[in-house]
Ligand binder design. Structure first.
Ligand SMILES: Cc1cc2nc3c(=O)[nH]c(=O)nc-3n(C[C@H](O)[C@H](O)[C@H](O)COP(=O)(O)OP(=O)(O)OC[C@H]3O[C@@H](n4cnc5c(N)ncnc54)[C@H](O)[C@@H]3O)c2cc1C
Length: 374
């Protein structure tokens, strides 16, 4: 019998900074190297700058923000730009929409922010013209974008069509010289040299970087005054409950500690979130099977996962592995979910949910009153 390790040749690998030795780590960052007003926490202070050398060429990563933040897929595009940048290559993150994050932590030396180009408005020609002006100014060697259906994939293809450069979409693997994309209905990966435009699939790059960018932020109010071929009639927001769990950005999830399903559904409605459940809550008949999250249920990737009365058994945690923020309500401070959660409220689920619903409706009434006054 052979001891040879079996490797699936079709499984894409994930590019991480440790895999590339070209990266030159600079000196340990000190406060005065940061742009004015920038603050780093003590945990990030120990990270070195990626490079100290003045940039003579550029990599640009481009992505829309959502509620002032970039999602994991967008972070991966910036990480790719930073990991593949040599010491003399600066990294620009071009952010369409407001941006409230620390660009240095994402590996960007400059964040060029276009708050007026936020994703809630459909203005493809204006976006393409504005970003094209940025590309014309910096002439980047490589351009990285998340290949998503949220606007970046479309913008990327417009830019590729306009520039007529080498390009690749659906990129599943990337390194300093090559990319691979799924071919033949995904049964094989086809390789090609690293092109100028790279539209990345989610998961191709590890966005957890061991270094910092310079994090300078440039706010560009206004955008190119280009007329659109179409009229934007506004965006319709579907009810949270109608969004499939796999696509939901915000999930309120119930466990055995939730005794009143109606309160949980009220809370989810008032927060605009989708509803999920643990296996025990489903087995109890409180929720349909399609709501079950975990190893034998659905895997979700919400930005925020609100676990109420859920212990956080390993099988449940398996289904929320990639959720960015986990908030929990549990009356047991020793429950495993507390370790996974970024914030836990220790208390009774029903009491906390009622209090939260009251707070949300109070805040909403205040906002509406302020809007009427204006
Ligand atoms: C093969 C296999 C597959 C599985 N697949 C899944 C799966 O896909 N998904 C899944 O979820 N589980 C799965 N499980 C089951 C899993 O092991 C746990 O049993 C289950 O997740 C527990 O659900 P729970 O946390 O809701 O319930 P419990 O374990 O009963 O925990 C309830 C939690 O609520 C808290 N609580 C109780 N009352 C209150 C209150 N009034 N206020 C606040 N907090 C309160 C308690 O402190 C506790 O932490 C699987 C198990 C196996 C063996």
């Amino acid at each position: 019998m052979s001891d040879a390790k079996r490797v699936d040749p079709r499984r894409p690998y994930r590019m991480a900074s440790s895999g590339l030795r070209r990266i030159v780590l600079g000196e340990i960052i000190s406060g005065d190297r940061l742009p004015a007003g920038e603050k780093l926490s003590s945990s990030t202070r120990s990270k070195p700058l990626r490079t100290n050398v003045a940039a003579s060429r550029w990599h640009v990563a481009i992505a829309h923000s959502y509620r002032g933040r970039l999602d994991d897929h967008a972070r991966e595009a910036i990480a790719a730009a930073a990991i593949l940048a040599g010491p003399e290559t600066g990294v620009i993150a071009a952010v369409l929409g407001p941006f409230l994050e620390d660009a240095a932590l994402l590996g960007a030396d400059k964040a060029v922010v276009f708050p007026e180009l936020d994703a809630s408005r459909f203005q493809p020609q204006r976006e393409a013209a504005t970003i094209q002006a940025l590309l014309d100014e910096y002439q980047p060697v490589h351009i990285f974008m998340p290949d998503n259906i949220l606007g970046d994939g479309d913008l990327g293809r417009r830019l590729i069509a306009k520039n007529g450069n080498s390009s690749a979409t659906h990129v599943a693997e990337i390194d300093a010289t090559h990319i691979s994309i799924p071919w033949s209905a995904g049964s094989i990966l086809a390789g090609a040299p690293l092109p100028r435009f790279v539209l990345l699939q989610a998961g191709a790059v590890d966005s957890n970087l061991p270094f910092l960018g310079l994090g300078e932020q440039i706010l560009c109010s206004g955008a190119m005054g280009v007329a659109e071929d179409c009229r934007d009639l506004g965006m319709e927001c579907p009810e949270g409950a109608s969004i499939p769990l796999e696509e939901a950005d915000f999930i309120v999830s119930a466990g055995n500690g939730v005794s009143n399903v109606a309160t949980l559904e009220d809370l989810a409605r008032s927060l605009g979130a989708a509803v999920g459940a643990s296996r025990v809550a489903v087995d109890d008949g409180k929720f349909p099977r399609e709501k079950q999250i975990g190893a034998s249920g659905k895997t979700v990737s919400a930005t925020t996962y609100f676990a109420i009365g859920i212990s956080g058994a390993v099988q449940h945690l398996q289904g929320i592995k990639v959720c960015r923020h986990v908030i929990a309500i549990n009356r047991d401070p020793g429950a495993p979910i507390v370790k996974r959660a970024d914030l836990t409220v220790i208390g009774d689920a029903e009491e906390m949910m009622q209090a939260l619903i009251a707070r949300v409706s109070q805040a909403r009434a205040q906002t509406e009153a302020a809007e009427v006054e204006e």
